[in-house]
Ligand binder design. Structure first.
Ligand code: ASP
Length: 582
């Protein structure tokens, strides 16, 4: 038996008991006549003691030979410590060792196994298995497991069936590139790794399974943006015989259950907002509603004077920054520089200080009087002491820029409290999205999403205006889930493919199996998928998903520990009938 107890559980009530412990040597303190060893395992740290008076000489010598991260087993008796350590739960006791077995030695680890380690990011990634020994990483993985188990418990209780769908498939378009896998047995042919199990879960509904879920890996070959992983995990769900309302209720239930079980937070009904409103009020389809600073559109009250910048703009829009009227010239200039950064892209920023005495001082006083500015304050909800920041230009761009500024200011003003949870359904997404570069429309969610009833006709005349039965669940400014009611009619699906630029032949080649299935009694169905990595990190009060993934990839999509991706040898290439022309 390697251990009778863990290193985290021994207390005063165990004094005088014989125990066997196994773990890693966290630290040794050698005072010559006495050696203390902190023994660590997943559960905690227990102090071991060896001394001249009570320990035999060879054992004391052996204790002195222990290095950091050696794996050892000890037997001994629990004794009360003379000087107690109030900082750890086992701090009242220590184990007087009578037997010590070295189970394995260790090289000196490349960084300290402390909460605040001296190891940089790259080093920790390379030795991730050592990094996992540190509390913060270990706790995050345990936390993730707890969330996943709660998800399974809840959905199983609600009658969902967990089904595994294949990884070696044909492209399922979710808007990214596919990772492809060459087939040895089928020369010149490739599998695609699923960007999601979308088509399979729909086929499960045709199969009559009715309520499906899966905690599943998805693969998307995207240019890596910060905090995206090429492989990530979804809680993927689908239901048959449902309308949008049924899906929203079912998964509001799941989210509420998680907030309750994991965070101890009771949430009422989740608010809902249409996509159009979200864009108008927050410039963003995933607004963080933990704080205000809602947009105030100012066209009506700002385009009647001689200020040409505004007059020539499609949209003039502002936000009231609480308490920022006291910003110095320098602080405001810094804000202006911030919105002009290429990542944000604004041309400039107009501002109005709402003075405590009820007067206004703006950067456009030449054009606007106190009455005008009072109207701006009213539209943006600004109070005395606030600063109104105004941007203008093309509607979409200006909204995106002001949204970026709103989030940045909220961060600076510490309005994004990680212990507060503000879920929000965003509904009525457009069905199609215009690609400004190509001038083509593509599916905003995916090609299987159904238009709202009665809107099909609009596809020919005003494609951008068609709304979909599509919804996102937003938590604290992050999209944690998204889904839609699907098309289950072959004709409508063909019309959709046509509008997305597929020829009938292309549609048949790529999605013939789905269209065929629709001819054999496909029930009305819909679903949703949650991003587990992101959900877990937000519930954990952090925003970096990498910290909640056991073996993440770095920003260039590499696993630096196993050194992947890597080249393969000639022989393998030949077997796969692949020729590299580098
Ligand atoms: N397959 C979709 C996605 O990955 C989710 C869904 O529509 O259920 O975003």
């Amino acid at each position: 038996m390697y251990r009778s107890h863990t290193c985290g559980e021994i207390r005063m009530s165990h004094v005088d008991q014989e125990v066997t412990l196994s773990g890693w040597v966290h630290k040794t303190r050698d005072k010559g006549f006495v050696v203390w060893v902190d023994l660590r395992d997943r559960y905690g740290i227990t102090q071991l003691v060896f001394d001249e008076e009570r320990t035999d000489k060879s054992l004391l010598e052996k204790a002195k030979s222990l290095g950091r991260e050696f794996v050892v087993q000890v037997k001994g008796s629990v004794i009360e410590r003379t000087s107690k350590n109030g900082n750890i739960p086992t701090g009242d006791i220590e184990v007087l060792v009578t037997q010590l077995t070295i189970l394995n030695t260790s090289q000196t680890p490349p960084f300290t196994i402390e909460d605040n380690t001296d190891g940089g990011e790259d080093l920790r990634m390379k030795y991730r298995y050592i990094d996992i020994r540190r509390n913060p990483v270990k706790e995050n993985l345990i936390f993730r497991s707890k969330v996943a188990i709660e998800v399974r418990k809840y959905l199983a209780e609600e009658g969902f069936i967990e089904v595994e769908t294949p990884y070696l498939i044909k492209s399922t378009p979710e808007g990214a590139r596919d990772f492809v896998v060459p087939s040895r047995m089928n020369e010149g042919q490739f599998y695609a790794l699923p960007q999601s199990p979308q088509t399979f879960k729909q086929l499960l509904m045709v199969g009559g399974l009715d309520k499906y879920f899966q905690i599943v890996k998805c693969f998307r070959d995207e240019d890596l943006r910060a905090d995206r992983q090429p492989e990530f995990t979804q809680i993927d769900c689908e239901m048959a015989f449902v309308e949008q309302e049924d899906i929203l209720n079912a998964f509001e239930g799941l989210t509420r259950h998680l907030l309750k079980e994991i965070k101890g937070i009771d949430t009422g009904d989740f608010p809902r907002m249409t996509f159009d409103d979200a864009m108008k009020k927050y410039g963003n389809d995933k607004p963080d509603i933990r704080f205000g600073m809602e947009f105030g559109e100012l066209n009506e009250v700002a385009q009647h004077k001689d200020f040409n910048v505004f007059n020539a703009s499609e949209l003039v829009v502002g936000i009231a920054v609480p308490g920022a009227a006291s910003y110095t010239r320098k602080q405001i200039d810094a804000l202006i520089d911030w919105v002009k950064r290429p990542q944000v892209g604004a041309k400039g920023m107009v501002y109005v200080k709402c003075n405590e005495d009820g007067t206004y001082k703006s950067s456009v006083d030449k054009f606007y009087d106190q009455d005008d500015l009072a109207k701006w304050a009213e539209k943006t909800g600004a109070k005395a002491g606030d600063l109104i920041c105004v941007l203008s230009g093309k509607t979409n761009h200006t909204r995106a820029q002001l949204s970026a500024l709103r989030m940045e200011l909220a961060e600076r003003l510490e309005l994004r409290n990680p212990n507060e949870f503000a879920p929000l359904w965003v509904i009525d997404f457009p069905l199609l999205e215009l690609d400004e570069e190509t001038g083509h429309y593509h599916a905003m969610h995916h090609p299987f999403t159904s238009p709202k009833p009665g809107q099909l006709e609009l596809l020919d005349t005003e494609p951008g205006a068609v709304k979909a039965n599509a919804y996102d669940l937003v938590l604290n400014g992050n999209e944690i889930g998204g889904g839609s009611i699907r098309i289950h009619d072959k004709e409508i699906q063909s019309i959709m493919f046509k509008h997305l630029g597929f020829t009938p032949e292309e549609a048949k080649a790529q999605f013939g199996f789905l269209m065929d299935a629709f001819e054999y009694g496909a029930p009305p169905h819909g679903g949703i998928a949650f991003g587990l990595d992101r959900l877990v990190s937000i519930l954990g009060g952090q925003e970096t998903i990498r910290d909640f993934i056991a073996f993440p990839k770095n920003n260039s999509g590499r696993d630096v520990m196993i050194d992947a991706p890597a080249t393969i040898d000639e022989e393998q290439l030949k077997e796969l009938n692949l020729k590299l022309d580098l």
